[in-house]
Design a binder for this molecule. Structure first.
Ligand SMILES: [Mn+2]
Length: 332
């Protein structure tokens, strides 16, 4: 992995959000950003890519997307952190220790099978390669920071990150951590959940929202930067709207105490994860989300970061995901 000193030699950082198997669009975005394929990977003479995780699942060219990202990370042309989908892949494919009551760390139920289905299908003929990627995922950092910015897949929680550093003395996971994290109540489980999935609030009165991708949700995703929020509407941050009658519902003291707030004066943090739509722009002056729903014909988005303390809407770049990303490659 790139050291801090090596990173500082680059003039800037191109931070790229959730790819989800849209490899053709990724190539277009890298080219638009000035990267060229030289000596085994895409690279730039003076810039480096930071991938925010969620390379796998859902899209049509997952194996190709992994090849592009992995080759860049190997050759120090990029850094890649872990998304919840890489974590899911590792735990889905890792046999459980005895006594857990199931064969794999992540249960093979209908919901989980469906989420990872595209990935396993596309790797069906390449089992050795898939095994190597699983081993690679097991070593990915959960968060990353330099003197000027921070990245995490879903939520920067300083208290948990500090505790992690005190315990593990690094920012990467390992197989022991992965096994412990299966228990959602453990420190490892809470950290993994918080950093790769963010904060959320359970819906009251056992209500359910059916999300746009057809899943039933019993909670809604919340901001980790809301300053003294009062209602559900003040903290909701997800593509599926809250039911109208819940928007003005006051947050209880318990709900408030479970929220966190990334301070306004802190260095910028970049996240993916949230399926945003529309024209990319910063979420706040020091938070930018780069997940613009690429895999649902949205945009694959990047932010060209040059160490500025205040984020700027003009520094987003993107490529629209065309239907051809989804068609079989034509015979050439
Ligand atoms: Mn994602």
């Amino acid at each position: 992995m790139l050291t801090q000193q090596e990173l500082n030699e680059y003039s800037g950082f191109d931070i790229i959000g959730d790819i989800h198997g849209c490899a053709k669009t990724l190539v277009k975005l890298l080219q638009k950003l000035g990267y060229r394929f030289i000596n085994g990977c895409y690279r730039h003479s003076s810039r480096v890519v930071v991938y925010l995780g969620d390379i796998v699942d859902r899209g049509p060219h997952i194996r190709e997307a992994l090849e592009i990202v992995h080759s860049m990370v190997e050759r120090k042309a990029a850094v890649c952190i872990m998304g919840n989908h890489e974590y899911n892949a590792v735990s889905y494919c890792t046999p459980a220790p005895e006594g857990l009551g199931r064969r794999y760390l992540r249960e093979h139920n209908a919901h989980h099978n469906r989420l990872i289905g595209e990935t396993l299908e596309q790797f069906a003929a390449y089992p050795v390669e898939w095994r190597e990627y699983i081993e690679w995922f097991t070593t990915l950092p959960l968060f990353y920071e330099t003197d000027s910015f921070r990245v995490v897949h879903a939520c920067w929680d300083q208290a948990l990150i500090d505790q992690y550093r005190d315990t593990y003395h690094c920012n990467r996971v390992n197989s022991e951590f992965i096994v412990k994290s299966v228990d959602r109540q453990s420190f490892e489980g809470r950290l993994m959940d918080r950093l790769t999935r963010g904060t959320d609030i359970p819906l009251p009165e056992e209500r359910v929202i059916t999300s746009k991708d057809g899943f039933q949700r019993r909670f809604f995703r919340t901001k980790f930067w809301a300053q003294s929020p009062k209602t559900y509407g003040d903290v909701a941050f997800q593509p599926d709207p809250l039911p109208k009658d819940l928007v003005d519902r006051p947050l209880s003291d318990l709900e408030k105490s479970n929220l966190i707030c990334y301070p306004k004066g802190e260095r910028p943090v970049f996240i993916g994860h949230y399926w945003l739509q529309g024209k990319p722009k910063p979420v706040t002056s020091n938070i930018a989300c780069l997940d613009y729903s690429a895999v649902k014909y949205g945009r694959l988005a990047a932010y060209r970061y040059d160490r500025e303390p205040v984020l700027d809407a003009s520094k987003f770049m993107w490529v629209y995901v065309d239907p051809p990303e989804w068609r079989e490659p034509e015979a050439e």
